[in-house]
Design a protein around this ligand. Structure first.
Ligand code: PLP
Length: 440
């Protein structure tokens, strides 16, 4: 092992059962293309593309070169009242790729920061237009919007919220989650059932009066809570209700942006236009931390009316638009275009769906869900030990099959590379089946 006991002890790992992990650590020392190298020299196939991050594969030579060159040329430039040329270049590229009408982009360093930035922009937007009473924010149950206080408050994951319950930001409500296995189990793509769940927003608008609501934030496809594709007509209905009440619609596309559904954005895939889009991950292929909040012209314009020597939005990060991250982002945008990454992802969606649904009749499987290159196989929990079966699958895939899959409790999640080879998938799903057959 490359890591000493003292080093292991020193690192408090995120979203990880530290004591369990440190008994038998899974440590990666290198990566190339679609594989990791572990500290014992094993080659492990990455069926999660990093953490939904590395769509075009690890250590893509073009991104590596761009980062190496940039770090030697301009390491950092002050981000406030000054900036670097690459941040502007990348902003242009991102808004050009975004759906029509998206005209500005605010840089952050993560998905969590993008979400909190978007919520602040929404509140500032209404205030700038003389509707400072619009302060309520609406999230959804089973949503993940990162771990900062805003994102956690609009998020809908109980363990993430539990110990901070009294400190969540005030004035937040949640609409219902979009999935109910009774109606949706084993659906390929979007379920036909469930558009009516968007009407929950009407209920909240009636309760609080819509004129008090600033924004609704949803993941177009909930990712971290186990791949919940939106019911047919659901996002359209949310858009309509938002329009009726003057509420901003925010799509949290930290996972879905940049090709995971075979389109630049989920907004393109579903043909529904939000007012604000949050991104991160695929913006730089995960190489350097960076996020972006992309807004439509009416959102930006609302801020641009005060005295022109005044800061319009008192918000920003030391590393907003960091030049090395921006270089990684620009190289990533080039690759998406030159290699036809989104078209590759589109072509792979059907074989991916077929492989996932080949588990539908397995006796330990209670649901299979998929859309684009996001997929989940939900296992029946063991009696009295929810999550144990999923966790065992994750660990044994790594140790016995040289395969990374992710589990959220008993939901096995798959986020393959946008440029995957189907042979690798065949092998990987054979591994999953072998283990699923053999575990309790
Ligand atoms: C939809 C969504 N929003 C926000 C985040 C938080 O991103 P980060 O971990 O970069 O802060 C994630 C992370 O997976 C996410 O999936």
């Amino acid at each position: 092992m490359t890591v000493t006991a003292k080093q292991l002890d020193a690192y408090w790992m995120p979203f990880t059962p530290n004591r369990d992990f440190k008994q038998k650590p899974r440590i990666i020392t290198a990566a190339s293309g679609h594989h990791y190298t572990t500290d014992s020299g094993a080659q492990v196939y990455d069926m999660f593309a990093g953490l939904w991050t590395c769509g075009v594969g690890h250590c893509h030579p073009k991104i590596v070169e761009a980062v190496q060159k940039q770090v030697a040329k301009l390491d950092y430039a002050m981000a406030f009242q000054l900036s670097n040329n690459l941040s502007f270049e990348l902003a242009e590229r991102v808004v050009d790729m975004a759906p029509d009408g998206f005209t500005q982009c605010f840089f952050t360093n993560s998905g969590s920061e993008s979400v909190d930035t978007a919520l602040k922009i929404a509140l500032g937007f209404h205030r700038a237009r003389g509707e400072g009473n619009r302060t309520r924010l609406i999230g959804r149950e089973r949503a993940y919007h990162g771990v900062n206080f805003g994102g956690m408050s609009v998020g809908g994951i109980v363990p993430n919220r539990k110990i901070f319950s009294a400190n969540l930001i005030p004035g937040v409500d949640h609409i219902r989650a979009t999935m109910d296995l009774q109606h949706t189990a084993f659906t390929r793509g979007q379920p036909e059932w469930g558009a009516h769940l968007a009407d929950d927003l009407e209920r909240l608008a009636a309760l609080h009066d819509g004129s008090n609501i600033a924004a609704v934030i949803v993941e177009p496809v909930a990712g971290s809570t186990g791949i919940l594709p939106p019911p047919v007509g659901y996002l359209e209905r949310l858009r309509e209700i938002c329009d009726t009440h003057g509420i901003l619609l925010i799509f949290d596309e930290v996972i879905t942006a940049f090709g995971r559904l075979g389109k630049p954005f989920a907004a393109d895939y579903f043909g529904v236009l939000p007012d604000i889009i949050t991104t991160a991950k695929g913006l730089t292929n995960g190489v350097i931390p960076m996020g972006a909040v992309i807004v439509r012209d009416h959102v930006y314009d609302a801020f641009m009316h005060g005295p022109d020597k005044m800061i319009e939005l008192f918000h920003g990060y030391t590393y907003s638009g960091h030049p090395v991250a921006a270089a990684a982002g620009l190289a990533t945008m080039d690759i998406y275009k030159e290699e036809g990454t989104f078209e590759q992802a589109t072509a792979l969606a059907q074989p991916f769906e077929d492989l996932l649904h080949s588990f539908a009749d397995h006796d330990k499987v209670i649901d299979v869900r998929n859309i684009g290159l996001m997929g989940a196989i939900e296992l029946a929990p063991r009696d009295g030990a929810p999550g144990a079966r999923g966790t065992e699958m994750h660990k044994r895939c790594f140790w016995e099959e040289n395969l990374i899959i992710r589990n959220g409790m008993d939901i096995l999640q798959f986020s393959p590379f946008l440029n995957s080879n189907i042979d690798d998938w065949n092998k990987s799903f054979d591994s999953v089946r072998r283990l699923l057959d053999s575990i309790d």
